[in-house]
Design a protein around this ligand. Structure first.
Ligand code: FES
Length: 107
């Protein structure tokens, strides 16, 4: 049976809290609660929905736009991330993720 987790996400200086079922992506949970977070492809590729996890764990096997080690560091693609626990997150991490993934190739 699906579990319901509490999600708290910082986005543009505001902290939003909403419930998210374990069979729902975090992005879907936010949408259901009327919170519009950045998203585009909704299939784990473009990284528009990138966020950083400060607490909790997600399951995101389809997060192809993110390297495994960065996923282990807490980067999550919310359109394909299912909560495994209550979460504390920071949205709008597309640039930070890009820098973490590709920054070293540009210096
Ligand atoms: S919206 Fe494109 S990776 Fe999530």
């Amino acid at each position: 049976m699906a579990q319901i987790f509490s999600i708290s996400i910082d986005f543009n200086g505001t902290t939003y809290s909403f419930p998210c079922s374990s069979d729902q992506t975090v992005l879907m949970g936010a949408e259901t609660a009327g919170i519009e977070l950045p998203s585009s492809c909704c299939s784990g590729l473009c990284t528009t929905c990138a966020s950083k996890l400060h607490e909790g764990k997600v399951y995101q096997p389809d997060a192809m736009g993110i390297k495994a080690d960065l996923s282990n560091e807490g980067y999550a693609l919310l359109c394909v991330a299912y909560p495994l626990s209550d979460l504390k997150l920071e949205a709008n991490q597309e640039d930070a993720l890009y820098e973490a993934q590709f920054g070293q190739y540009q210096k």
